[in-house]
Design a protein around this ligand. Structure first.
Ligand SMILES: [Zn+2]
Length: 452
């Protein structure tokens, strides 16, 4: 747990997410009050004890005992054994500011003390609601919390809580609605970048953040330092162009597999398909909900229509039925919801040489049964552990028996070290703290500004 003092009374405590990627919880405190930046759960810590199918956490006490979340008093609600929340204790925490809707930054929300107001970007709130819409009312889940008070913000808002003033500024990341925070404290100005990059479709948003911070006297910059080794110099625009090339020159179905939470990639895929006259069939119902959610929001709809036209002409959902009863029911529910907005949901996979099949691996056996010619695009990062390697090997084996070659086309959601160096040189913070990184020392050394 890292601790930095700005003056006698103002302290920054990094509870989680310092020498690791994700699970970020940063506390900024004065003598008698505190705010929290991000409230995430670490994938790698959680994975050590739980898996999504068979073993799930039983309340927050268990997560604390296992060291997955920090034992900070006043942060959490208390749960009863039947999975209903019980009561919210008194607390000195007067606000929780969430930078974006990735689980490793927002995933603890189900457990937050209901006396803490939660501040969330407008689009992040929308995405969170998409998750909730399709989530079940499981024990200890966010769906059971009716007491959490969420206020949404946009760039330009100034949020005053106690002796803090928080200014959210949009940044480019792999998900819409990602923010950095400029936090005025009695001990000086803090810039927390959240997760960000400068090579995505929305790099101008990051430019806005840097320009704003540049004009300020930043005492401490807390930056992410995720992407240290093995990255590419590819940007999202070139991902889109490469995909377009393949979709254009290949006459047959294009299969794509990509990271479930990389929403900007979906937009690139949709753009490339729209440009080459293909339709996109999506097997991930979460994603179908997401596109519909974007479509329902005025501002996001305008962006979507600018990039791909009317999404209802381009995108179809696919929930294969017939195999299992359960799946049939799922399709019915989805169909009903999507129908209201004029989206199509298919119940069966059918080969179409003009289609892009997004999330093909879920139905790979149905595809295998049909024969036909296909090519695949793997659009996520290289596996970084044994589990990931095994998953990738299985996917390749299926492609091999289907006779489909594959390409890897991907760029990261995180800032490159060279871009970060330029940004730090422009903002000129007095002090620097690297979080969300497996190599924080390397990153600070490379950036050339000493820690706290
Ligand atoms: Zn993220």
């Amino acid at each position: 747990m890292g601790e930095i003092s700005l003056d006698r009374d103002t302290k920054i405590i990094i509870h989680r997410g310092e020498n690791e990627i994700g699970g970020t919880i940063i506390e900024i405190r004065t003598r008698d009050e505190a705010i929290i930046l991000d409230f995430g759960i670490s994938y790698s810590r959680r994975k050590k004890f739980y898996d999504p199918l068979y073993r799930r956490p039983r309340g927050v006490d268990e997560l604390i005992r296992l060291g997955i979340v920090p034992p900070r008093e006043g942060l959490y609600t208390t749960w009863l054994d039947d999975g209903e929340y019980n009561e919210n204790p008194e607390t000195d925490v007067i606000g929780a500011f969430i930078s974006h809707a990735h689980t490793d930054h927002i995933g603890l929300l189900a457990h937050i003390n209901g006396n803490i107001p939660v501040y969330l970007g407008h689009a992040a709130h929308l995405i969170n609601n998409v998750y909730l819409e399709k989530a079940r009312r499981e024990r200890y889940s966010l769906k059971r919390r009716e007491d959490i008070e969420i206020e949404t913000f946009r760039t330009g808002d100034v949020i005053r809580v106690g002796s803090f003033r928080v200014r959210p500024i949009h940044v480019d990341h792999s998900i819409p609605g990602a923010y950095s925070f400029l936090v005025e404290t009695p001990g000086g100005l803090i810039l927390y970048t959240g997760d960000f990059r400068h090579h995505g479709n929305n790099y101008r948003l990051t430019e806005d953040m840097v320009a704003t911070a540049e004009a300020e006297d930043v005492e401490l910059m807390i930056t992410e330092g995720t992407r240290v080794h093995g990255g590419t110099s590819m940007d999202e625009e070139s991902v889109y162009r490469e995909m377009m090339k393949i979709m254009d020159s290949y006459h047959g179905e294009v299969l794509i597999e990509s990271n479930a939470r990389d929403y900007d990639r979906y937009v690139s895929i949709l753009r490339a398909a729209a440009e080459t006259g293909r339709k996109v069939v999506m097997t991930d119902e979460h994603l179908i909900y997401f596109v519909r959610g974007m479509y329902r929001d005025h501002k996001l709809r305008r962006t979507l229509e600018r990039d791909i036209g009317d999404p209802r002409d381009l995108v179809q959902g696919l929930v294969p039925g017939g195999v299992e009863k359960r799946r049939d029911k799922k399709k019915d529910v989805l169909e009903k919801i999507m129908d209201d907005d004029g989206f199509t949901v298919l119940g069966e996979y059918r080969y179409d040489e003009d289609n892009v099949l997004l999330g093909f691996y879920r139905i790979v056996q149905d595809i295998y049964d049909k024969g036909e010619d296909r090519i695949a695009i793997i659009s996520n990062s290289e596996p970084f552990d044994e589990e990931g390697e095994a998953d990738e090997a299985r996917l390749r084996n299926w492609l091999t028996v289907m006779g489909s070659p594959s390409y890897r086309i991907h760029c990261s959601g995180h800032i490159s070290m060279l871009d970060l160096k330029k940004i730090v040189e422009r903002i000129e913070p007095r002090r620097l703290k690297v979080v969300h990184s497996e190599y924080p020392e390397l990153v600070s050394r490379f950036l050339g500004i000493g820690e706290g």
